[in-house]
Design a protein. Sequence first.
Length: 255
Amino acid sequence: MKNKLLFMCMVAIALTACHKPEPEPNNDNPADTTETVVKKYLVKQLLNDDPEKIMLAIDWNDDFTKILNVKYGTGNSHLLDYDFTYYDGDSICVSISMPQDSYPLWWVWYDTLMIHLQQDKIDSICCYSDGILRDVEHYYYNDEGQLIERKYSMADTDYFVWNGDDVVECKMYGMASPVTIDSFTNYIYPQYTLPFYLSSEVVLEIRQPLFTPLWKHQPVLKDYVKYEADEDGYLTKMIYDSAYWVTYYYTALNN
């Protein structure tokens, strides 16, 4: 149950509620396409604001054009490491490591991902385990450069339906049926400025994204979820109940 709730938070998606939470969601204009001037980048996501309960920790290069390392967890103090190595601007090798005293799971689906880029977007990913090619993912985009389909694991397909800068319907990571997003807050989704849609590749956990940079605005989740944001509109906290919340930390581009 806890992993399911964490999945909802990380993907920022769930069956949308019929009631309005506070603050007022952006129901009237979910297709806001005004250009967002990026002021800051997500560097850490914590469970209950506990520095030992990392959900994401992202190490960027100096100008925030490249992600160098990611630490990923579900807030249980155990972490996976993702190291990014860049080659000639058209490919990235992601090496996944699982320290012996870390993640209490049996294995990851793949230990190496070779990302192939076209015009700074993922064209395909070759997925390796123990040096053997196990799967190839293919990515497809609309005329606006927005991801509309990801094919992987032979017959499996993720798809995304857009309205302006937000995804209003999607099916991903083995969902039994599509999910519709009916409303959004006025806050910027924390992963909006991350470059890639990638899987966490963890076995024995709900298959979920490492990154989901698919929405400009934070979707409205169940009506019991409360939101906090900073002066620039970046989401800083999602409160599920008095015992469970998630906090987000950013670094400004000019710092």
